[in-house]
Unconditional design. Structure first.
Length: 428
């Protein structure tokens, strides 16, 4: 369980800030309960109906459940992603004494855009922002189609197989390797590093996971250091050239350069959740699936609905830079607040009939890519990958059927995805 924030809270109360009402929720038991993780939505609805913002006295963390409230929190500079502002948090001086290994882990990972507040955030994100716009990403469409086709060529027809192992997991990794000009024979090693590193977002990590994260982070960064060195003489005009130019002209120091490249490659892990969560949701809603088959122009809206309905990122944090009044609640400087995306995306105050999967939903302002300055830089890439993949699947196969129970991850509270999705494909 994360460390307590008693001091922060006391100072906020001394300043007259109201605490959200307390409802006796055992947050950490709930968020890690495998039954909750299989289907978190009924419990999230129950808690959101009580109040849009909650305070967990045991951990000192605020939980933001409402759409309006999360949008305001994501937008303000009074709350940022720099966890150094989280008083008594992982990379605080207290934690350095109490838990030096975890402290070191987070300090090592710290200097990069996802952990930075302005102006450092703008400085680092500015290096890549342009290249990740839909218009600029479109140059990679032929490569994405090619990687997708290579995997589709190998799928068995007429017999059950696991969609995640054969297609959902490898596709985003392969695209990432191509984007960063990494040789194909590194696929397995890099997928292992990404998988280990992804535990950093889970808040609660076992000692073994911490050891793996530390080792993989070190090895991944060393690999990227060597990769950049190898390409320095002939940088081309891809994403690696941006990293090299930013290191060369001093926009980023070496740690920032390495951490950002590692993070940008690791972003592929979340796209695999969209592929799996999206497909299983279509299969559970055959009328919507048929509607999409019949009218492929609905694909972009269908993908937004998949993102809203079954988001891959379950929690989005912010740390208080200064006191921030959010509705009736003041989130004090130094506090950690977590947006629970599964609740935010089904807030009836924002979405009509929120538990209905409706591929024609419009508007659809979900929060699956976060919000404000930190909104996911890879969102165009994720959308493009998914659009190519689902169109290609439907082009090739006349029937796409579920061939057994899909298994949801039940060992992590920060991301929602599938261990397996048994599928059977038929060609007429
Ligand atoms: C469906 C796929 C994806 C989902 C659901 C997703 C989700 C998110 C979320 C929730 C955030 C945090 C936003 C916030 O704090 O407000 C984020 C940030 C980020 N994502 Fe993604 N992501 C996806 C794909 C990708 C891909 C493919 C990449 C790689 C290019 C990527 C790279 C990043 C980076 C670098 C950040 C930090 C941006 C910043 O701090 O400015 N993501 N993503």
């Amino acid at each position: 369980m994360p460390s307590t924030q008693q001091g922060t809270q006391e100072s906020a109360q001394a300043a007259g800030a109201a605490l959200p009402p307390s409802f006796d929720i055992d947050w950490w038991t709930m968020l890690t309960d495998p039954e909750y993780l299989k289907n978190p939505y009924p419990e999230l609805k129950r808690i959101r109906d009580l109040a849009p913002i909650h305070y967990d006295a045991a951990s000192g963390i605020y939980f933001v459940m409402g759409h309006k409230e999360f949008a305001a929190m994501a937008k303000t500079e009074a709350m940022g992603r720099d966890t150094l502002y989280w008083a008594n948090g992982w990379n605080s001086p207290e934690n350095r004494k109490n838990d030096p290994d975890t402290y070191e882990l987070f300090i090592d990972f710290q200097p990069q855009m996802i952990n930075a507040n302005p102006p450092d955030h703008r400085r680092m994100r500015g290096v890549y922002d342009r290249a990740f716009r839909p218009k600029d990403m479109a140059r990679y469409l032929p490569m994405i189609r090619q990687e997708c086709d290579k995997l589709l060529d190998q799928l068995p027809v007429g017999e059950p197989f696991d969609f995640m192992a054969a297609f959902g997991n490898p596709l985003p990794h392969r695209i990432s390797l191509k984007l960063f000009e990494i040789p194909e024979d590194m696929e397995e090693t890099i997928a292992g590093w990404i998988s280990d590193l992804s535990w950093l977002g889970n808040i609660v990590m076992t000692p073994e996971q911490k050891r793996n994260v530390k080792k993989s982070n070190h090895e991944f960064k060393e690999y990227v250091r060597g990769h950049l060195d190898r390409l320095r003489k002939n940088p081309g005009d891809g994403l690696i050239s941006l990293a090299l130019a930013a290191a060369e002209d001093g926009t980023m120091d070496e740690e920032e350069t390495l951490n950002n490249v590692v993070m940008l490659i690791s972003g592929s892990k979340t796209t695999l959740t969209l592929l799996g969560n999206g497909l299983v949701t279509l299969l559970k809603n055959p009328e919507e699936f048929e509607k999409l088959r019949a009218d492929r122009s609905l694909m972009p809206r269908a993908i937004e609905e998949m993102l809203r309905y079954e988001p891959g990122s379950s929690i989005i944090p912010r740390a208080g830079v200064e006191d921030f009044q959010l509705g009736d609640v003041c989130i004090p400087a130094g506090a950690l607040a977590i947006g629970l995306v599964g609740s935010i995306n089904r807030d009836p105050a924002r979405f009509e009939d929120p538990d209905r999967f409706d591929i024609t939903r419009k508007p659809n302002h979900h929060s699956s890519f976060g919000g404000g300055a930190h909104i996911c830089i890879g969102k165009a890439l994720a959308r493009m990958t998914t659009e190519v993949a689902f169109n290609a699947l439907m082009d090739r196969f006349d029937k796409i059927e579920q061939a057994g129970e899909a298994e949801w991850w039940t060992d992590r509270s920060d991301q929602r995805g599938l261990w397996s999705l048994p599928l059977k494909l038929t060609v007429a």
